[in-house]
Unconditional design. Sequence first.
Length: 165
Amino acid sequence: MHETLLQSYKEHRQELLAFLRKRLPDSAIADDLLQELYLKLERYSTEKVIAMPRAYLYRAANNLVADYFRQQARLQKKQELEFDNAVEERTPDRILEQQQRIRLLAEALTELPEKCQQAFRWHRVEQLAKTEVAERLGVSVNMVEKHIRKALEHCHRRIFEAQNE
């Protein structure tokens, strides 16, 4: 690892973590991305002098956040496509599987905070615009998006766990 970057990482680790936690929906994700940043720095080798190592670290951390949200957007699209495809197939086995999945989703939603549940239901089930959901909940559209993302991630995780039991 480039010694200047290593030293800068050690000096600014806590503030980098705070930076990541402000931008991500979960502190565990921030911890993971900080670890990923360290691993990337460890693999980084160059003779080139980095004039502003702290700024370099923040840029790298910000890039990891952007990568995370791009990945989440792709995952959400994939989940939506899977959901759409599941709705199209109407065999008895598929109907039973869908009913079990719906029960599991309903159960998973009850595990979430009330505002998160409401944001998900109003937007995904009742098809309300995010702006309308934001008005009803008294929060920003950005917060509505975070609630929906949190609900989707939680439901996806629960379905995955159930399939792997």
